[in-house]
Design a protein around this ligand. Structure first.
Ligand code: AMP
Ligand code: GLY
Length: 423
C-alpha cells in the first residue's frame, strides 16, 4: 500500500526508515520531510495543518495509511477531519482524534483525566485571570520550587520551575494577565514539585488494546550535566536501566491500564501513540505529562529496537486488533546523539553545508533539520542530525555515536558529550 508520514524531523525520518523496509509498503511519501527522508521516500511540500492539501495528496497518490508525527495536526483535529470525510473515512490514520489529543493540548484536561481515573501525578490546581489572587494564595501553601504550566501548547516552553515565591507569583501574573504564552497561558496549572528521575514510556493503542513499547530517556537541556536552556532533546537512550520489571509493573497497573480504560470509558477514538512522561520518585512512578505522539529524539532509539513489521502493526491498530500483535523488540540497547546548530535553542543560522555523511559506519544518521540545495545537504533547523547506534548497553551504543560525530561537520556544530551521564 502507499503510505504517507506527516512531519519533517528526526522522528519522521525514523518512521520512514522503518516503514520503507516493510514488504507491505509500496510508495512512501513524507510531507514535508527533509533531506534524509528524500533519500528513501518522496517528499511533498505542504503544511501538516493544511488538511485540504493533505486530502488532495492522499487522493492523488492513492494513499491508504497516514502516520501523523507531530502534535499540532492532531490537536487541530486531523483525525476527525478524516473520519468525517466520505472519501477518507476508511483510511488507516495513526493518531488520536481531537478529544484524545486534548491530553496533550490541555494540561488542565490531562490533570482532570488523571484525577478521575486515579492515575498518580503531582497535586495541582488551575487558575485563570479571574482567579489570579487565589492562585497567588495557593502558591503560599506549597513548598518551593514552584511549578507553573501554561495550559495549552507552547512548543515545549510553557513550563516554569521557580525557586522564589515572589517570582512565582509575578510569573503567574505575567502568564494570566500579560499573555506571556499567548492563549496557551489563559489557564495556568500550578502543581507540586516532584523530585526524582525522569523517563518516557510509549504506548501504542487502538483505543482498547495496548502494547508498551521500549522505554527511553531523553536529555532535554542544552548543556552538559543537564544545565542551561530546555531544548527539544539533545540525545536519548533505550532501554532505561532503572525501569526494571518491578517498576514497569507499577507503571502498567497504575498508569497504562487506567489511561487506556479512561479513553475507552469516554469513547475516545484513539488509534495511536500515548507518550507518558514519567518521574520515578523513590520507587514510585508519577505522570508528569501526556503527549499524544512519539517523542523526538526518543523515536530515534525506540523504533529501531522494534523488529516487528511496523506497517502490519499499524494496520492492526487501525482495525482495532492490536491484541493479535506480538511485538518483537531487540535486546540490544540503542542511543542517539543530536548534533545541533550553534546558538540553538535560541537564534541560530541555517543553510550550512553538512559534510561526512558517507563516512559514518555502524550508526544510522537520522536527519532532523536538513534540506538539499543544488545537490548539497545543508542545515535547516536547530536540531540537525541524530546519530543512532546499538550496543550491548547504552554506553557501548553512545560510544559509537560519538565516534561517528567526529566524522560529521557543519559550521558551528554542537553536541553534548555526556549523554547517559546520570545513569
Ligand atoms: P512538561 O512540558 O510537562 O514535560 O514539563 C517540562 C519539564 O518540567 C519536565 O520534563 C520536568 O523536568 C519538569 N516538570 C514538570 N512538572 C514537574 C513537576 N511536577 N515536578 C518536577 N518537575 C516537573
Ligand atoms: N523529547 C520530548 C518530546 O518529544 O516532547
Amino acid at each position: 500500500m502507499n503510505i504517507l508520514i506527516l512531519g519533517a524531523g528526526g522522528r519522521e525520518h525514523t518512521f520512514a526508515h522503518q516503514i520503507s523496509q516493510s514488504a507491505q509498503c509500496d510508495k512512501l511519501f513524507v510531507a514535508p520531510g527533509n533531506a534524509g527522508t528524500a533519500k528513501i521516500a518522496t517528499n511533498v511540500a505542504l503544511s501538516v495543518t493544511n488538511f485540504d492539501a493533505v486530502k488532495e495528496l492522499v487522493l492523488r497518490e492513492r494513499i491508504e495509511m497516514v502516520v501523523v508525527g507531530p502534535e499540532d495536526p492532531l490537536v487541530q483535529g486531523i483525525v476527525d477531519f478524516f473520519r468525517q470525510d466520505e472519501e477518507l473515512k476508511k483510511l488507516a490514520i495513526i493518531g488520536p482524534s481531537r478529544r484524545g489529543a486534548l491530553l496533550e493540548g490541555s494540561k488542565e484536561r490531562a490533570k482532570e483525566f488523571m484525577a478521575l481515573y486515579k492515575i498518580p501525578t503531582a497535586a495541582y490546581e488551575s487558575f485563570k485571570a479571574e482567579s489570579l489572587e487565589a492562585g497567588k494564595e495557593f502558591l503560599t501553601t506549597l513548598q518551593p520550587p514552584y511549578v507553573l504550566k501554561a495550559d495549552g501548547l507552547a512548543a515545549g516552553k510553557g513550563v516554569l520551575i521557580i525557586h522564589s515565591l515572589e517570582e512565582a507569583q509575578a510569573e503567574l501574573e505575567n502568564m494570566l494577565t500579560q499573555n506571556k504564552f499567548g492563549e496557551a497561558g489563559n489557564t495556568v496549572v500550578i502543581e507540586e514539585f516532584l523530585d526524582g528521575i525522569e523517563l518516557s514510556v510509549f504506548v501504542l493503542t487502538d483505543g482498547k488494546n495496548y502494547k508498551i513499547l521500549p522505554t527511553a530517556k531523553d536529555y532535554k537541556r542544552i548543556g552538559e550535566g543537564d544545565t542551561g536552556l530546555n531544548t527539544g532533546g539533545m540525545g536519548a537512550i533505550s532501554p532505561v536501566p532503572f525501569a526494571d520489571e518491578a517498576f514497569m509493573k507499577k507503571v502498567e497497573e497504575r498508569i497504562v491500564k487506567p489511561t487506556i480504560q479512561g479513553l475507552e470509558a469516554e469513547e475516545i477514538d484513539y488509534k495511536g501513540f500515548v507518550f507518558i512522561g514519567l518521574i520515578k520518585v523513590g520507587e514510585e512512578p508519577y505522570v508528569i505529562e501526556y503527549n499524544v505522539r512519539m517523542g523526538d529524539p526518543e523515536t530515534e532509539v525506540v523504533l529501531p529496537r522494534i523488529k516487528s513489521d511496523l506497517v502490519e502493526v499499524f494496520q492492526k491498530v487501525s482495525d482495532g486488533n492490536l491484541d493479535e500483535v506480538n511485538l518483537e523488540v531487540t535486546a540490544e540497547a540503542a542511543a542517539t546523539l543530536m548534533l545541533v546548530s550553534g546558538g540553538y535553542p535560541e537564534a541560530y543560522e541555517k543553510g550550512k553545508e553538512i559534510s561526512g555523511l558517507e563516512e559514518v559506519q555502524d550508526s544510522i544518521v537520522f536527519h532532523a533539520g536538513t534540506s538539499e540545495e543544488n545537490g548539497t545537504v545543508v542545515t535547516n533547523g536547530g536540531r540537525v542530525l541524530a546519530i543512532t547506534s546499538f550496543g550491548k548497553d547504552f554506553r557501548e551504543a553512545i560510544k559509537k555515536s560519538y565516534q561517528n560525530a567526529e566524522k560529521l561537520h557543519f559550521d558551528k556544530m554542537y553536541y553534548r558529550r555526556d549523554i547517559g551521564f546520570d545513569l
